[in-house]
Design a protein around this ligand. Structure first.
Ligand code: URA
Length: 211
């Protein structure tokens, strides 16, 4: 697994407003969308492309288009949904699948309660979106689930990651080159409730106003 921590003043600025407890849900969703757009630029650097013949008003030329099979974007429900719009804006030809996963806060066990994915995932490039990489247990399960179905590459895009989660994923998947994690920030750690510190609180609650 390779970790990519964004290093960009715009990302740092937007993330600071996102973290602020005074930021309301509407602004939180908008900032999430903007951050995903910026992160997607890096996360899609290795998206597979193929040549495409076109005619400009001046001459024929060979351009580039995203290759088949199309990339697949997979939000982890619920909070990952808030990142979907930003990701698909950058990858409009991508297919979208859904994974609903919930973690028991006491046992850390993760349960998959919903999945809606294409039947054939063989050789697909997948972009998993989930704002918070906390313990890493949810992401581990999502990665296992996708690898078992034959995907060729998984890039995870998150907003905030905890070192504990990053270490857990690194230990679990080693240095395999087909797994990347992109995050806007690598925070200090987890508190006793497995919330990221300083973090931004419960991402789903802040997005959907159920805090
Ligand atoms: N999930 C969240 O929404 N926030 C955290 O800090 C950790 C996990």
């Amino acid at each position: 697994m390779k970790l990519h921590v964004a290093d960009h003043p715009l990302i740092a600025h937007k993330l600071t407003v996102l973290r602020d407890e005074r930021t309301d849900s509407a602004r939180f969703r908008q900032l999430t969308d903007e951050l995903v757009t910026l992160l997607a630029y890096e996360a899609t650097r290795n998206v597979r492309v193929q040549p495409k013949q076109i005619n400009t008003p001046v001459c024929a030329t060979t351009g580039t288009q995203i290759a088949q099979p199309r990339p697949l974007v997979v939000p982890i429900l619920r909070a990952g949904l808030g990142m979907l719009e930003g990701m698909t804006r950058m990858l409009p030809t991508a297919e979208v699948g859904f994974l609903g996963m919930v973690r028991d806060d006491d046992t850390l066990e993760v349960e998959t309660y919903a999945q809606r994915l294409p039947n054939d995932l063989e050789d697909r490039q997948v972009f998993v979106i989930d704002p918070m990489l906390a313990t890493g247990h949810t992401l581990e399960m999502a990665i296992d689930f996708l690898l078992e179905r034959g995907v060729s590459h998984i890039s995870t895009v998150c907003l905030v990651a905890a070192p504990e989660g990053v270490n857990y994923i690194t230990e679990r998947f080693g240095d395999r080159a087909d797994i990347d994690v992109f995050t806007a920030a690598l925070d200090e750690g987890l508190n006793e409730n497995n919330y990221i510190v300083p973090g931004l609180g419960d991402a789903g609650d802040r997005m959907y106003g159920t805090a």
